[in-house]
Design a protein around this ligand. Structure first.
Ligand code: PEP
Ligand code: MG
Length: 593
């Protein structure tokens, strides 16, 4: 019988495959007390195992650098450093020498202690670190106990497989061959987990937050991963299979037509062009985005240069990343969002306080304006990149005009310093804000006087408008971008931007949803930015309707009393131009039956 498990989307795409349950667990560590003359040898064995694991991880890191880029490879640095950390090494050695524990037991105990210390916080960055620690435990303990390290996807030749596990780790993910491992599904994890970042870079569809998927599957069943809506379907019935197969065939067709589609304009049937740009998390994704036909970058999430790192990337490193983007998209907009740290993205080095409500806490522009040592080098690096293209600066989570004014002051100061140092930049850059709180949407007219452009962040706008945590899989059905309160804010912001003569775009996931794109174009929003793998699909959708019909549907949607009425107006307006069946069943398209 079909089992449908809903979690959260973490990496785009649809995958069919045979389930393999990942057994990446900490092995049983037997109790063993050493004789005094064994102590020295055991310490040496620990160091040897540590060196072996370090060499192995360095090879994996090297592979990551070759496959994805140096920036992506840095995700492994904290794990490598942990193997040298005195807190880990010295105390393990002390347990061996003072308590005569075996190396395996001493290391295991020390790791449990550290995990216990860190576990007191719900901070997702720390949870990721715990996950890194667990990965080390699995590797090192297998080595010390003489057990083979499990490797589920190399066990046999054969068809495509979907890995289902409690959680994954960067070192496991990077070793996956996307031709063989076609989908990932985990009980834990978030979109910002380090391994999920790598899955996106590798183009492997992934779903996280499935709670008990690893206990629900037996292994070897057929399954479908839908990384668009965050769903795992185990043993799909013929209907589900057909729906997804159809969609996959279409997506594959588009992949094959990619070169052709990427050259086509994103333009509605009645001739209204839409600037269709890409959302990027890492600079290495620029090539793919360009191949998929992106007309520039609508959102570069710079905080991914920081997450998983032990130290802040310096100005020079950031400059190289921003410049790379500018050079990858000559004569096209490259929108660089300043660090959106906090919420679900915490760097280890900032010592961010544990907060009751991180999404309502010290986040985004609030952090940057308080931590000028972090913010000024970023502004300088972005300014320097303006010499190489149409760089636009985007400020996240702005509520107040004062925040924009303060950033302009800081930019002015940094420009003066660059000038004095003789470092080239262009002062023709634009400074805009992410409209992602109801406060910003309601106060858009005032903010427009101080902004060169607006980008609407519907991912956060929906969460803050509806008071629904975007990372809570349990609330996924309530997280509805077609709620009338959201639609009215979109309308209001678009109207204000038009009146002020500034560009308004949307860079939240809503823009990648066929009904979302239809509604946004109907609200006269003519720039959309979406995750790069969805570009061809969204472009097809845009090319399949008339902007005039979208306007009519948007007008009706604005008068609709409920979310399902909004959806209904849009489905009706879009007509049969786009097959929506594969999107049904979640908020993403609560299709009227
Ligand atoms: C948004 O909030 O819609 C957005 C694009 O930013 P992020 O998803 O990174 O918060
Ligand atoms: Mg946001």
């Amino acid at each position: 019988m079909t089992k449908i498990l809903d979690g959260l989307p973490a990496s785009e795409g649809i995958a069919f495959g045979s389930v393999r349950v990942l057994d990446w667990s900490i092995p049983h560590v037997p109790r063993r007390v050493l004789a005094p003359d064994q102590v020295e040898g055991e310490v040496e064995r620990f160091h040897e195992a540590r060196r072996d694991v370090s060499e192995h991880l360095n090879r994996i890191r090297q592979e990551a650098a070759e496959r994805l880029g140096e920036m992506e490879a840095r995700i492994f640095d904290p794990q490598l450093l942990m193997l040298e950390d005195i807190e880990v090494v010295d105390d393990t050695v002390r347990y061996i020498t003072e308590h005569h524990l075996s190396a395996a037991q001493a290391f295991h105990w020390r790791m449990l202690e550290l995990q216990q210390q860190w576990r007191t916080t719900a901070n997702p960055m720390v949870l990721d670190r715990l996950n890194d620690v667990e990965d080390l435990q699995v590797r090192l303990l297998h080595k010390l106990l003489g057990l083979p390290v499990p490797h589920v996807w190399e066990e046999e030749d054969g068809g495509p497989i979907i890995i289902v596990g409690r959680n994954l780790t960067p070192s496991l993910t990077i070793q996956m061959d996307p031709d063989r491992v076609v989908g990932l599904a985990t009980d834990l994890g978030t979109r910002t987990s380090h391994w999920a970042i790598l899955a996106r870079s590798l183009g492997i569809p992934a779903v996280v937050g499935l709670v008990k998927a690893s206990r629900t599957v037996a292994g070897a069943e057929e399954a479908i991963v839908d990384g668009r809506i965050g769903r795992l379907i185990v043993d799909p019935d013929p209907r589900d299979r057909n729906v997804y197969e159809d969609r996959k065939v279409r997506l594959q067709g588009w992949e094959e037509e990619l070169a052709q589609i990427s050259r086509l304009d994103a333009i509605t049937l009645d001739g209204h062009p839409v600037a269709l740009r890409a959302n990027l998390d890492l600079p290495g994704e620029a090539v793919k985005a360009s191949e998929h036909g992106a007309e520039g970058v609508g959102l570069f999430r710079t905080e991914f240069l920081v997450v998983g790192r032990r130290a802040m990337p310096g100005e020079a490193e950031q400059y190289e990343a921003y410049r790379h983007l500018a050079e990858s998209f000559p004569n096209q907009a490259v929108v660089i969002r300043t660090f959106d740290l906090g919420g679900d993205k915490f760097p280890m080095f900032l010592n961010m306080p544990a907060e009751e409500n991180p999404f309502l806490g010290w986040r985004a522009i609030r952090v940057c304006l308080d931590e000028l040592d972090l913010f000024r080098p970023q502004l300088r690096a972005i300014l320097r990149a303006t010499a190489h293209g149409d760089i636009r600066i985007l400020l996240p989570l702005v509520n107040d005009v004062e925040e924009v004014v303060r950033v302009r002051e800081l930019l002015g100061e940094e420009e003066a310093k660059l000038k004095a140092d003789g470092i080239p930049f262009s002062s023709a850059y634009k400074l805009g804000i992410l409209v992602e709180t109801p406060a910003a949407a309601l106060d858009a007219a005032e903010l427009a006087r101080h902004s060169d452009f607006f980008s609407i962040g519907t991912n956060d706008l929906v969460q803050y408008t509806l008071a629904v945590d975007r990372t809570n899989a349990k609330l996924a059905d309530l997280y509805n971008p077609f709620h009338p309160a959201v639609v009215r804010q979109l309308h209001q912001v678009a109207r204000v931007a038009r009146a002020a003569g500034i560009e308004v775009s949307v860079c939240g996931e809503m823009a990648a949803n066929p009904l979302g794109a239809f509604l946004l174009v109907g609200l006269d929003i003519r720039a959309l930015s979406v995750a790069w793998p969805t570009l061809p699909e969204v472009k097809k959708v845009i090319r399949s309707f008339r902007a005039e019909d979208a306007r009519t549907a948007a007008r009706k949607a604005l008068a609709a009393p409920t979310s399902s009425d909004v959806t209904h107006c849009l489905v009706e307006g879009l007509g049969s131009a786009v097959d929506l069946s594969a999107f049904s069943g979640r908020w993403s398209l609560s299709l009227p039956s």
